[in-house]
Design a protein around this ligand. Structure first.
Ligand code: ADP
Length: 192
């Protein structure tokens, strides 16, 4: 199995690039944000709980997120591998993922982070708000909080993978196709 963590701040382009990686490598895309949004739409218990946090630009508690992710992974029989998008977002989630992957006889192959600076992120999120209808993209204060939470809680996850020699940084500024090429180059090397 090849398991990638696609990492980056809100608006870095993880969703867009994940689609392309899925197409080329046949991996399963697992976006915690997408799963939460689907649950919010269906008004499940998980969705109601997640909404309380997401609407404020905060993280959903680790326990809840970790359990959900494990369930999602276990839904797939004989997967070629996964792209984790939006997970892990805290050091605790990263540790939990390592333990879980080991339990299922696998591991995280590489964490690839998309590097995009703050002003560009704000521009992208404001633009996405228009077509996605996402509540958490529409309010500049919520966006600001998400970026703050990213810096405080999520950025340390890079260090976590760096210590394991599993962190690759990719420039997330430029044409979408260009960035895809940069990612493919990294993944091709991992596969060989
Ligand atoms: P973005 O990367 O643009 O912030 P996501 O779709 O990945 O968007 O996530 C949307 C929201 O869902 C986050 O702001 C957070 O509240 C919640 N969320 C997603 N993934 C996690 C996670 N791993 N841990 C905690 N909360 C999460």
């Amino acid at each position: 199995m090849i398991n990638l963590v696609l990492f980056g701040p809100p608006g870095a382009g993880k969703g867009t690039q994940s689609e392309r990686i899925v197409e080329k490598y046949g991996l399963i895309h697992l976006s915690t944000g997408d799963v939460f949004r689907a649950n919010m739409k269906e008004e499940t218990e998980l969705g109601k709980l997640a909404k309380q946090y997401i609407s404020k630009g905060e993280l959903v508690p680790d326990e809840v997120t970790i359990n959900m992710l494990k369930e999602e992974v276990l839904k797939h029989k004989n997967p070629k591998g996964f792209i984790f998008d939006g997970f892990p977002r805290t050091a605790k989630q990263a540790k939990a993922l390592d333990i879980f992957m080991e339990e299922i006889g696998s591991e995280v192959s590489q964490m690839i982070s998309l590097d995009v600076e703050k002003e560009e992120l704000k521009k992208r999120l404001a633009k996405r708000a228009i077509d996605s209808g996402r509540e958490d993209d529409a309010d500049p204060e919520i966006i600001e909080n998400r970026i703050k939470v990213y810096q405080a809680e999520t950025a340390p996850v890079m260090e976590y993978y760096d210590k394991q020699g599993k962190w690759t940084k990719v420039d997330g500024i430029g044409e979408i196709d260009e960035i895809t090429e940069r990612l493919f180059e990294v993944i091709d090397k991992l596969i060989k």
